[in-house]
Design a protein around this ligand. Structure first.
Ligand code: FES
Length: 131
């Protein structure tokens, strides 16, 4: 029986930023090969910053807590700063995850990075040099 930190329990029972963003600037989806769970991140970008971040998780409690934490860590950050969020930094912020649940922390950071890559791969309005 895994023992969860208080922070994990807090984000699991009261997850922040759950949902979908209408007309998102980027979407990233990641599946967990270990358990088959899925996570999707939606981002809104303004002046190179993550103005809004939302997620949907079809996963376990740890995955919900991880995505909630990732969304909080990412909001307001520049894209470069947000790309530095890793499964390890997320697990640290959550005051650790049980060993057999560490794989769950991969989903959040990877789905967010995919959303940023999705945003970066799209042509921008008024920008014809491809960034
Ligand atoms: Fe699937 Fe945790 S068991 S993400």
């Amino acid at each position: 029986m895994p023992i969860y930190s208080e922070r994990v329990m807090d984000h699991f029972t009261n997850p922040r930023n759950v949902g979908e963003i209408e007309n998102p600037d980027g979407v990233g989806e990641e599946g967990n090969p270990v358990c088959g769970d899925m996570m999707t991140f939606y981002i809104k970008v303004k002046d190179n910053r993550l103005e809004d971040v939302k997620f949907k998780t079809f996963g376990c409690g740890a995955a919900i807590a991880v995505s909630s934490m990732v969304s909080e860590m990412a909001k307001g950050k520049t894209l470069e700063e947000a790309m530095k969020i890793t499964p390890q930094t997320v697990a640290d912020e959550l005051e650790g995850l049980p060993k057999n649940k560490l794989h769950c922390s991969n989903l959040g950071a990877q789905a967010l990075q995919k959303a940023i890559q999705d945003y970066r791969s799209k042509p921008k309005k008024g920008d014809n040099n491809g960034d």
